[in-house]
Design a binder for this molecule. Structure first.
Ligand code: ZN
Length: 202
């Protein structure tokens, strides 16, 4: 296809199109929205990206987002170290925290097993998870991956891996909207799913 747009415009559309959930039409719409904005307005987005990339890293323990080596949750010694909630992304921590039903620590896998997207166990923070069980005296691992195909496959994979370790493994109860993400569940529903978690036998 011949380039319809000037190179800088096409570059912008291409970059926006690489974002998750943004198709070619949306990318085009966002690009033209940005071009219509005043320069300070448009550059606020660019600055926010620069600031976030400069200042935010991942917690070296749980892989939550952090400013520095440790995230706020890992640095908080009031939290129960024997309970470890495994989630896919940092945004899932926010969802679980909102329920106020959990006072343990977290481990962020940074994704879920998805053969279609070429994501296997090696691309996830699974080795780091296994290393934490003994080192931190974890007694229960709560598999809190999303209630969709990838999340369930990941939970099943982890439950098999973890059954050889001296740790109780539980999965959040069903009843969450199937096929969805944790972030779409309301606090009450997710809270109940956490409370109703069941031990999985691998
Ligand atoms: Zn952390």
């Amino acid at each position: 296809m011949a380039n319809v747009y000037a190179a800088p415009v096409q570059d912008l559309i291409d970059e926006l199109g690489r974002l998750p959930g943004v198709g070619p039409k949306s990318a085009q719409r966002i690009a033209f929205h940005l071009l219509k904005q005043t320069k300070p307005d448009a550059l606020r987005l660019a600055n926010a990206i620069t600031q976030a990339k400069d200042r935010v890293t991942f917690c070296q323990r749980c892989f939550n987002i952090a400013e520095g080596d440790s995230c706020e949750l890992c640095a908080d010694d009031r939290r129960d170290v024997t309970l470890l909630c495994v989630v896919e992304e940092p945004k899932d921590i926010v969802a679980v925290e909102k329920t106020q039903e959990f006072n343990g620590r977290y481990h962020v896998l940074q994704g879920a097993i998805s053969p279609i997207d070429g994501v296997g166990p090696d691309q996830l923070r699974i080795r780091e998870l296994l290393a934490r069980i003994d080192a931190e005296g974890v007694q229960e691992v709560i598999l809190c991956t999303n209630p969709n195909l990838e999340g369930e496959a990941t939970a099943m994979y982890l439950s098999r891996l973890l059954q050889d370790l001296a740790v109780k493994v539980t999965r959040i109860a069903s009843g969450l909207p199937v096929g969805g993400d944790l972030e779409y569940a309301d606090e009450l529903t997710l809270g109940r799913a956490l409370e109703g978690r069941r031990e999985v036998g691998g």
